[in-house]
Design a binder for this molecule. Structure first.
Ligand code: ZN
Length: 113
């Protein structure tokens, strides 16, 4: 028990630091690695467009996170006027804006079904 509370004391400031520096963890439920990829699709309602984020992945789980994101996109029923583009993979760099992220077309081809 005393061992557990010691761990929490050590981890708490680290987590605050991670949040502050905009680092993001892999979306995979059993993974706590830092994300190096962002899985997202362009979305628009005809007037307004944005990059809709579906998940973040480390290199080990990119395939699973991408597939799960694509399934969620296909399950979603669009309202009239709404459009989503194909799922895309970006190299995730903390603190960078969406438009500055590099899209990784080659990787997408590997995971697209
Ligand atoms: Zn992972």
């Amino acid at each position: 028990m005393s061992h557990l509370s010691a761990t929490i004391i050590v981890l708490a400031p680290l987590r605050l630091y991670l949040m502050y520096s905009h680092d993001v963890n892999c979306t995979h439920p059993y993974c706590s690695d830092l994300a190096t990829y962002k899985v997202a699709a362009r979305w628009s309602d005809g007037r307004f467009a944005e990059l809709k984020t579906y998940g973040f992945a480390c290199s080990d789980h990119l395939g699973e996170v991408f597939q799960e994101a694509e399934n969620r996109r296909l399950d979603y029923t669009l309202c009239p006027g709404e459009v989503t583009e194909e799922m895309a993979i970006y190299r995730f760099e903390p603190g960078k804006r969406d438009r500055q992220l590099k899209r990784l077309w080659d990787l997408e081809e590997n995971y697209r079904t």
